[in-house]
Ligand binder design. Sequence first.
Ligand SMILES: Cc1ncc(COP(=O)(O)O)c(C=O)c1O
Ligand SMILES: N[C@@H](CCCC[NH3+])C(=O)O
Length: 419
Amino acid sequence: MVNGQDTTELANKYGTPLFIYDVNKIRNNARAFVHTFEKLGVKAQVAYASKAFSSVAMLQVAKQEKLSLDVVSQGELYTALKADFPVEKIHMHGNNKSAQELEMAVSHKIGCIVIDNFYEIKLLDDILANYKTEMDVLIRVTPGIEAHTHDYILTGNEDSKFGFDLANGQAEKALQMISESKWIQLKGLHCHIGSQIFETDGFVMAIKRLFSTLEEWKTRHAFVPKVLNLGGGFGIRYTSEDDPLPLSGYVEALVSEVKVHVNRIGIPYPEIWIEPGRSIVGNTAITLYTVGSKKVIPGVRNYVAVDGGMTDNIRPALYQAKYDAVLANKASQKVAETVSIAGKCCESGDMLIWDLDLPTVEHGDLLAVFSTGAYGYSMSSHYNRFPKAAVVFVENGKDKLVIKRETYQDLLKNDLSYE
Ligand SMILES: Cc1ncc(COP(=O)(O)O)c(C=O)c1O
Ligand SMILES: N[C@@H](CCCC[NH3+])C(=O)O
């Protein structure tokens, strides 16, 4: 069941593979962040990192929950505009923002641009001069933190494609360049150390480094931040190996560490912004698949293949990410075998789960994979020309289709004949 709905009926109604989101859970996650800041009396913005899962319906929910929004491309911004998201609450990221992306952000008067590199400072300044308008920005810095997570989702280390390094003085150079601009208004600093992080030590260490820089900048440049954006990255539970904090725990750790340093260096408490993606949507969805073929290699492994795979969930192939699953139509039956779940792409690496204990698996069973709400649909592809899956929202026991399953016509809509 998902929020009172029988998943086997949803599979009949919408087909598989199918993403099913529990919208009440999305709202609860969003509120856990917002309410904790309110309880602690800290002015904050909780910006949903829409890269985790962006669609018009999802951004409408984020808007209803009074969240802000992090976008990293024109496509994500376009989706936000179509969802009628309040523009002043949209923040734009990107390590290679194009002139068109920046112009779109400027012409729609979005709330803030997170500056990532020197090239972008010049580009943005020229665009703003052209539009004769100002824009609030944050400088994205890399504090030199090696958070405990997969190398591919580390972002706050010195050797990173993102942001300005604090230690080698590049961030300070960016501050100087920006202060010479008539149009760019520096509000503060941004830092995101990585994703799927469980311990608070990495965040605490990053805040320490930010404040040792801010202490120097206060003396050297009389710079006092109005905003500190501490990014996202809060870990969630995929399998029993994961032990995340409650969402409030991450916020409490950030807020109290900032308090220590604000008092130490004698500046007013800044607004705290965060950018959670995974922790808002990750544990709110399952993916339903239909079981097809089974290959038993005696003494080696039992492969069970489903009607999706790396095209709707690249995370196991890309980061060796682990997932848990059950047979939705046999949820109360006893475990009878250990199987490995294969996708249907023409790739040996297209495996969703290794060594999963299930009841006897048969053709036509429904496999429900848990915690697929973040970076599943949003990272899906058309490899082997598989149409993208459908997405259903369930709220208060009612289901609603929010992204249609792609058709073969959709797949070919940009193909032109060469005859
Ligand atoms: C700048 C930035 N903000 C926010 C996020 C969201 O991270 P998560 O989904 O782990 O909360 C990411 C992704 O890692 C990111 O790169
Ligand atoms: N896409 C990654 C996380 C990186 C997110 C953006 N910086 C994941 O699935 O875990």
